[in-house]
Design a protein around this ligand. Structure first.
Ligand code: GTP
Ligand code: MG
Ligand code: ZN
Length: 294
């Protein structure tokens, strides 16, 4: 039975790529009964119709390694979080939220500082240092000078990656720079808002010429919804973890406690102030939400 991957789903049809050919498939009734809805990114077994090899049905769905809700894509391995260094100005709290969501989904993370052509003084080095020293892969790109595009392309090779970031940072533009055949729609933020509501958006895996797939997501992805306890948050700031054993109190929240290893590391410049301040802010948000719900 041929194996393939679902690259698109529209109106009850799934488009499955099998050996570089696209087969238009229906899902078998058994999936509906078992509440198992095929997702873009699913690896599947299909059988083709005897009289038309371009049509068939999905017979089996392989277990998923990951399943993102928004965008609904299975088996994503990597998240490319795009931040513009200008237009719009970077929002590091949003960036940290996306990092947390990606960590929760066990995705590997690439932070892409885009539009560096707009920052001749290279002030983006500041953001670069914060995330590089926190242990993340950071790349600097521009679709105008083409800087960093080959590096980005290399990092995507052979994997399923999703692009995330606020509207206008250049996600679709970067993908077009990687492969001009994608012809994704791009544009000024103001124009997007004007017509945004009427644009139909479907999730689609785009094939990379060197192997692998990418999915472009519109605007800010709701992966930002973080459904965890406040006490779990510090584990998602991965550069904090190695200081936990130095905390004097068990169950230290790393917010106000004396003898806290994390606070000490911040004071010594081993953890960036920006990351720590965002931790405090998100910690309080989670804490208050919990109290409010009770
Ligand atoms: N100067 C400069 N402008 C860029 C760069 N990359 C993208 N842009 C511009 O930024 C604007 C927004 O780009 P898009 O690719 O549409 O942004 P997006 O992230 O896909 O936005 P949404 O689809 O709304 O989420 C466009 O006008 C692009 O031409 C870059 O490297 N440098
Ligand atoms: Mg876009
Ligand atoms: Zn502590």
């Amino acid at each position: 039975m041929p194996k393939g991957i679902i690259i698109k789903g529209i109106g009850g049809f799934y488009y499955v790529k099998v050996n570089n050919k696209i087969i238009e498939c229906k899902a078998r009734g058994k999936f509906r009964k078992s509440n198992m809805i095929p997702m873009v990114g699913d690896y599947v077994e299909v059988s083709v119709l005897p009289n038309d090899v371009a049509k068939g049905s999905i017979d089996n769905i392989y277990p998923r390694t990951t399943a993102l809700v928004r965008p609904p894509v299975a088996n994503v391995e990597q998240l490319v979080i795009v931040v513009a260094v200008r237009k719009p100005d970077p929002n590091l709290l949003l960036l940290d939220k996306l990092i947390i969501a990606a960590e929760l989904n066990k995705l590997s993370i690439i932070i892409c500082l885009n539009k560096i052509d707009l920052d001749e003084e290279k002030t983006y080095i500041h953001q670069y240092n914060i995330y590089q020293s926190a242990g993340y892969k950071v790349i600097c790109t521009s679709i105008h000078t083409h800087q960093g595009i080959d590096e980005l392309k290399n990092l995507l090779k052979g994997k399923i990656s999703a692009f995330a970031g606020v509207s206008g940072v250049g996600k679709s533009s970067l993908l077009n720079a990687i492969d001009s055949e994608y012809r994704l729609e791009t544009g000024e933020v103001s124009k997007k808002i004007a017509r945004g509501k009427h644009t139909t958006r479907h999730v689609e895996l785009l094939t990379l010429e060197d192997g692998g797939y990418v999915v472009d997501t519109p605007g800010f992805s709701s992966m930002e919804v973080i459904d965890i306890q406040a006490g779990e948050l510090s584990y998602l700031f991965k550069e904090f973890i190695k200081y936990f054993p130095l905390c004097k109190f068990r169950g230290c929240t790393h917010t106000v406690e004396p003898g806290c290893g994390v606070i000490e590391a911040v004071n010594e410049g081993k953890i960036s102030d920006s990351r720590y301040q965002n931790y405090i802010q998100l910690y309080n948000q989670l804490k208050n939400k919990k109290e409010w719900e009770r």
